[in-house]
Design a protein around this ligand. Structure first.
Ligand code: SF4
Length: 244
């Protein structure tokens, strides 16, 4: 499994360098995003699990995974100017922020938001379905990208052209609900040599649909270079709790 340096993101100085930058900056001041919720909790997934984290959940998703646990983010939300979002996030005095959804990449203004948060000195994570182009995301951002398994019902939405854009900062997640999902994930992982192309390949059981032990046993039998994970927050709080 490739290693990575998490201390390499740099704090931007927020300086406006020329008139083009000034125009971009003014546009950014006026730009908005539809936000479902902003809250402070423990990161429950990925290799960042266990760390205090601010979550910015964006409204809207164009997928309908049958195990989705954030359907409330499909439509609920309010428009918020980008500077206000940054202010709300930094007010928690927590260096880690995750941009999630819904599907955050559906709203194009999420790109300048992530840049603003990185410029503010934050470690920025992006959780995305993998159905949208990740190549435009600020390179300081750590991308956690799903590859939708057959059991999700949205397997044909995977954007395979994202694979060459993965870097050793990124993580790829397979959410698994059956042995068929496991086998599909294992084959896609091998076919695309994912353990060499990103920091971690995550195998995550669908909560309540499959015994975690089953996936672990399959991984051990296959000597798979993936990382098993549980959604930690679903064990700390009620599995359906919001804002945690
Ligand atoms: S991509 Fe995420 S938010 Fe959208 S339906 Fe699937 S699980 Fe839910």
């Amino acid at each position: 499994m490739a290693d990575r340096d998490r201390s390499d993101y740099s704090r931007g100085n927020g300086m406006v360098r020329n008139s083009a930058d000034l125009t971009i900056s003014m546009k950014t001041e006026e730009a908005t995003l539809t936000i479902n919720e902003i809250y402070h909790s423990i990161q429950g997934e990925s290799t960042w699990a266990g760390r205090p984290c601010v979550f910015v959940r964006l409204t809207f998703c164009n997928l309908r995974c049958n195990y989705c646990d954030t359907a409330y983010a499909f439509y609920e939300g309010e428009k918020m100017p980008l500077p206000e979002i940054v202010e709300r996030v930094t007010a928690f005095s927590c260096p880690l922020v995750e941009i999630t959804g819904g599907e955050p990449l559906l709203q194009k203004n999420v790109l300048p938001l992530m840049t603003m948060l990185a410029d503010a000195g934050m470690i920025v994570l992006l959780e995305t379905s993998g159905a949208h182009d990740i190549s435009k995301v600020d390179p300081r951002v750590y991308r956690i990208m799903d590859l939708k398994t057959p059991g999700s019902g949205e397997c044909d939405r995977n954007l395979w052209s994202n694979i060459p854009h993965l870097t050793l900062r990124d993580e790829v997640k397979f959410v698994i609900g059956s042995h068929e999902d496991y086998e599909w994930s294992r084959e896609k992982m091998r076919e695309h040599d994912l353990s060499k192309k990103c920091h971690a390949v995550l195998f995550s059981p669908i909560f309540g649909r499959i015994e975690p032990r089953e996936i672990v046993e399959w991984m051990l039998a296959d000597k798979l270079e993936a990382r098993f994970q549980l959604q930690m927050h679903k064990f700390i709080w009620a599995p359906t709790a919001r804002g945690v």
